[in-house]
Design a protein around this ligand. Structure first.
Ligand SMILES: Nc1ncnc2c1ncn2[C@@H]1O[C@H](COP(=O)(O)OP(=O)(O)OP(=O)(O)O)[C@@H](O)[C@H]1O
Length: 619
């Protein structure tokens, strides 16, 4: 019988069989199979530790399961050949320190398996045809010294590189875009040598200003709307039927069913009519090139105006005359109702907060919307009418799966209404504190992670418009969407808040120290603070006013105690607590930006997914 081939030799031979179609590697296959003497091979104690076949004229695909049993391999170089096809799963090569696959014709995506090679010091994939995004968890390769991915077709944003070890980074000539994260690691690299040839990259490090609009209007990532899995839903996410939804506010104010909005709107309607009568008297058609459309409802008295895109100054002048009593649909929205229809709606009081009073309005057509009536006082004080309109136009353009869409606004003398989609699944406040049981159990940590990611997504999106902040983030302002995705509402309205409104201690606890006395001093970093408080609320199920002020280490203990955790819960819980802890740093400068928070949360999420894949993959 022929001698048994040692497994390392089998690996090398099966690699050669497909990857070396022109027979360039001279293995002496007929003799003693002394593979340790084969070209480019170096062994230690009979096992292959180096396999260097560079510039050998190899042509062919890199066969999967060929080199993967070389688990003692430290160095693998196949650079400068003509290998093609995808890079196979290399995760079994756990001892690999240097991997050179550059200057070939490899295609496909960044091989996710490389993330498992945690001993990697050098990774070179440059000059291939690799495409798709760079995995966010590239940051898990925490010993990496040199990373060369240049001259491929990689796209998407840069991971939040934070490896202090990294000395060489070449991402040039790809299709990467978005802001280069300002991490100490990335800040070390030169704009030209590391990042050039990616026209879409922007930010401080590449000396190019990011245009907020390009992201502002960009498509939202679909991952943020991934519905919770069945199991998560059954674990604690409960559908709260709208008819029985109760909030802390309901208890305070009681339930008013009737024609409240109608009452509010009667005055406004009168004003509209007055303006329409005036318009008719003037004999002018209320029409202009694609900006303001006259609708049949206008004749009927509704006064609906559809606004598309930027207004011209001329238009503004004309509109000023008709400012009173206009329902303005945001962002070229279809006008699915008129002021009159809204007036006839039956309204139910949802609650009252610092900005105003919120109603659920059910129209005759069964269409349900949420109407927020800004306080008379703030409506008069906050800013002038034009300021309000200008602000609402910017805010009304925000569209993101994690924001409740603002559909329309209305303004008449002393009256301001803001109209959102109605969200039937209740708020995060309901979900966390539960109106049913007195002592609600904290959510499962995977649900916390999902909600935290959604909220961070929405906030980071708002912050991309440099002039915008939420200003009033709290659990009652995070609603649950159709797929139980978290949707932020009441964004960017804090400006109009009534400063004399006496806030409850929970709302006050979300306020960052710098914003406590004057909401005018709030910045994006104050939103980050509120996010930190929200995250602790999520993790512990405790109202913000009950959160003790603790050093990070003690916070970990407290969170664990509140969750009755005996240490068996996942360590990712600890990572989430850590994120909350840095978000609620006392000094705003110490808090990360929202996009950095998002990256951290995604990093935690990816490590979960990765571990799951690893476990199923290895079993
Ligand atoms: N679009 C919506 N769909 C369904 N429920 C909503 C919607 N918007 C707000 N709510 C709910 O209505 C209630 C009242 O909201 P409101 O905004 O008036 O109070 P708040 O959020 O406590 O205070 P603030 O005015 O300071 O934001 C809250 O419980 C909120 O969760």
């Amino acid at each position: 019988a022929p001698p048994m081939l040692p497994s390392d030799a089998v690996s090398l031979v099966s690699f050669k069989r497909e990857a070396d179609q022109d027979n360039k590697l001279l293995y002496s296959l007929n003799e003693s199979y002394d593979y340790c003497q084969w070209q480019g091979v170096k062994c230690a104690q009979g096992r292959v530790v180096r396999f260097v076949a560079q510039s050998m004229g190899l042509r062919g695909p890199f066969p999967p399961h060929s080199l993967t049993s070389l688990d003692q391999l430290r160095v693998l170089s196949l650079r400068n050949n003509s290998l093609f096809g995808p890079i196979p799963d290399l995760s079994p090569l756990v001892n690999l320190k240097s991997l050179f696959l550059d200057h070939n014709n490899f295609s496909g995506s960044f091989p996710p398996s490389l993330i498992f090679l945690h001993r990697l010091l050098t990774l070179s994939l440059s000059h291939n045809r690799l495409s798709g995004p760079l995995p966010v968890n590239l940051t898990l390769l925490d010993r990496l010294i040199a990373l060369r991915l240049n001259s491929n077709h990689f796209s998407g944003t840069l991971p939040f590189f934070n490896q202090t070890t990294l000395k060489v980074l070449d991402l040039s000539y790809n299709n990467l875009s978005g802001p280069v994260p300002v991490t100490p690691t990335l800040a070390k690299f030169n704009a030209t040598t590391s990042f050039s040839g990616n026209p879409g990259l922007c930010g401080e490090i590449v000396h190019k200003e990011c245009d907020p609009r390009s992201h502002f209007f960009g498509p939202a990532t679909s991952s943020s709307t991934t519905p919770l899995s069945q199991s998560e839903q059954s674990q604690g996410i409960v559908v709260v039927p709208s008819s029985t939804t109760t909030t802390k506010h309901d208890k305070k104010t009681g339930l008013v069913v009737g024609f409240v909005v109608a009452v509010v709107l009667v005055a406004a309607f009168t004003l509209t009519m007055v303006s329409l009568v005036r318009k008719k008297q003037n004999g002018k058609a209320f029409r202009a090139k694609g900006v303001v459309l006259e609708s049949p409802e206008v004749e009927g008295g509704g006064g609906v105006v559809v606004v598309e895109g930027e207004r011209e100054v001329k238009m503004r002048k004309m509109e000023e005359a008709h400012r009173s009593g206009k329902l303005v649909f945001c962002c070229g929205e279809v006008q699915s109702y008129t002021l009159e229809m809204l007036m006839r709606a039956s309204a139910e009081l949802l609650g009252r907060g610092s900005v105003g009073t919120t109603y659920k309005a059910v129209m005759d057509s069964r269409l349900i919307v949420t109407v927020k009536r800004l306080d008379g006082k703030s409506a008069a004080a906050g800013s002038d009418g034009e300021g309000f309109e200008r602000h609402m136009e910017v805010v009304g353009r925000l569209r993101h799966p994690n924001l409740v869409p603002l559909r329309a606004y209305f303004q008449a003398k002393g009256e301001r209404l803001v109209i959102y989609d109605y969200q039937p699944n209740g708020s995060l406040f309901n979900l966390v504190h539960g109106s049913r049981s007195a002592r609600a159990k904290p959510l499962h940590w995977t649900s916390c992670l999902k909600i935290a990611e959604d909220v961070a997504h929405g906030l980071a999106y708002i912050h991309q418009v440099s002039s915008l902040i939420h200003g009033n983030l709290k659990s009652s302002n995070v609603l649950l969407g159709m797929d139980f995705e978290a949707c932020i509402t009441d964004y960017c309205l804090a400006l109009f808040a009534d400063s004399s409104f006496s806030e409850d201690p929970d709302s006050a606890a979300y306020k960052a120290p710098e914003a406590r006395n004057s909401s005018r001093r709030a910045t994006a970093k104050s939103d980050v603070y509120a996010f930190g408080v929200l995250l602790i609320e999520l993790l512990t199920g405790k109202h913000p006013s009950q959160h003790p002020f603790l050093a990070p280490a003690d916070l970990q203990d407290w969170v664990r105690a509140m969750r009755d955790d005996d240490g068996s819960e996942d360590n990712r819980l600890e990572m989430l607590t850590e994120v909350a802890s840095i978000c609620s740093a006392t000094s705003p400068e110490q808090r990360p930006a929202m996009w950095q928070v998002l990256k951290m949360i995604q990093g935690i999420k990816d490590s979960v997914t990765m571990e799951d894949t690893a476990l199923t993959g290895l079993s």
